[in-house]
Design a protein around this ligand. Structure first.
Ligand SMILES: NC(=O)c1ccc[n+]([C@@H]2O[C@H](COP(=O)([O-])OP(=O)(O)OC[C@H]3O[C@@H](n4cnc5c(N)ncnc54)[C@H](O)[C@@H]3O)[C@@H](O)[C@H]2O)c1
Length: 416
């Protein structure tokens, strides 16, 4: 079949297998080049991650993390994601094609990798992951213990394993209605959106889904199964963003969940310090930059802000996507010379968070973005914002608009 993007209400309903595969390859090539150029592999090889578990490994930040671990450090990886397979008559989700492409490239490079497709919030998937860590360790000829766990799940729902209750997360303000501009991902037009405040029940449910409880459960079950290495590190991703987005993000229902991630990081540090006799912190929340992913495209104001941010950051030569961010996370934070040295210091802010949004939040960047955002009208939108860049990234996340792909060609959506 010939596959063209089907977009409804800012959501792309289909994906292109070949475009997804090429986009994974592009990220792999970026990582290979980045590590070759910077000679990162030259120092302290023994302290680098050898077996890495990525939760939410099929798209966005999780996929970029897995690619960085595997192709930057040669790590064996276990990836967990929840995707839908393509069939001969219907395309699957982008992450399903990404997983296939990652697996193919990893095998070609002699890297051991296993991907589990299922509900990461469930107890059975956690048990499967322990088995996968053991089998991947055996295949790679290394101890069956994980050195790094990346927590990068972004989900609208979570069924709590003990109670069986299904919780639904919402992206809503707290206290009062939020009205703001956003951008239509298809037409590129500015539209006004209003979002009613979340109820107490919705806030609590959002914390259940996107907060830190499940991250803690993962660490507990891996610890109980004895598959955490002495040097284990774990990172969960968050976003803070500029003040103009706080009403809907940082101070909204999702912000409450993200605050709970920070509580969980402290709890994990306190818990594991005893069992693994660690001297240092090893659970962090990393504040990442705003990028276009399947999750971020549906948050009001964020697409318009991202379009404006891209224009400013590209102009200053500071632009980054997921994989550029994860390369910096691994190379300059988690496995930097300082982090691997005697003091074991990972660069963090005064609240103990890793800041990969440092360039986004730079004063000159934010000042220019704010000035532009205040001036935006439909007539100057294209001049003030990188609408094309936003649209391209949105399509690319689904395997469309990827350079070198023939979108007129007949393809079989059951494979890449
Ligand atoms: N996109 C941004 O701009 C941005 C910025 C900063 C931080 N973050 C954070 O990064 C994290 C990842 O977000 P993203 O934007 O990369 O999202 P994404 O939608 O691209 O990826 C989500 C991943 O979670 C997996 N997943 C969802 N539900 C699952 C389930 N029940 N079981 C197993 N896997 C499941 C998906 O398969 C996918 O691999 C989130 O915590 C997000 O808040 C995102």
């Amino acid at each position: 079949m010939i596959i063209k993007p089907m977009i409804r209400n800012e959501i792309c309903l289909n994906s292109h297998p070949k475009g997804c595969a090429q986009s994974v390859l592009n990220q792999i090539n970026y990582v290979r080049t980045a590590f070759k150029q910077n000679g990162a592999l030259a120092h302290a090889e023994n302290s680098f991650p050898r077996l890495v578990l990525v939760l939410g490994s099929s798209t966005g930040y999780g996929l970029a993390s897995r690619i960085t671990a595997a192709f930057g450090y040669g790590a064996a990886t276990v990836g967990v994601s929840f995707e839908k397979a393509g069939t001969a008559s219907k395309p699957g989700t982008p992450g399903w094609y990404n997983n296939l492409a990652f697996g193919t490239e990893a095998a070609a490079a002699g890297l051991i990798a296993k991907t589990l497709d299922g509900d990461a919030y469930s107890e059975s998937l956690k048990a499967q992951a322990v088995e996968a860590i053991r089998s991947v360790g055996a295949q790679a000829g290394i101890p069956p213990k994980v050195d790094l766990i990346i927590y990068s799940l972004a989900s609208p729902v979570r069924t709590e394993p003990k109670s069986g209750v299904m919780y639904r997360s919402v992206i809503k303000p707290i206290g009062e209605t939020y009205s703001g501009k956003t951008i239509n991902t298809v037409s590129g037009e500015i539209i006004e959106k209003s979002v009613l405040p979340a109820t107490e029940e919705e806030i609590a449910a959002t914390v259940k889904v996107m907060g830190g409880e499940d991250w803690e459960l993962w660490i507990d079950s891996l610890d109980a199964a004895g598959v955490l290495s002495q040097n284990v590190k774990t990172v969960a991703y968050t976003y803070i963003g500029p003040e103009l987005s706080w009403a809907i993000y940082k101070n909204g229902s999702i912000g409450r969940a993200k605050a709970d991630l920070e509580r969980a990081a402290a709890a994990i540090n306190a818990k594991l310090t005893g069992s693994l006799k660690k001297r240092q912190t090893f659970a962090w929340v990393s504040v990442n930059k705003a990028v276009v992913t399947r999750a971020s495209a549906v948050i009001p104001i964020i697409p318009l802000y991202i379009s404006c941010l891209f224009k400013v950051m590209k102009g200053k030569g500071l632009h980054e996507g997921c994989v550029e961010q994860t390369v910096r996370l691994f190379r300059d934070r988690l496995y930097s010379q300082e982090a691997l040295g005697d003091g074991g210091k990972v660069l963090v802010d005064s609240d103990g968070r890793i800041r990969l949004d440092d360039w986004e939040m730079q004063e000159d960047v934010q000042q220019e973005v704010t000035e532009r955002m205040e001036k935006i009208t439909k007539d100057n939108l294209l001049e003030l914002c990188d609408v094309e860049g936003f649209k391209h990234d949105f399509l690319e996340v689904h395997g469309f608009d990827v350079s070198g792909i023939d979108y007129e060609a007949e393809i079989d959506p059951s494979r890449i």
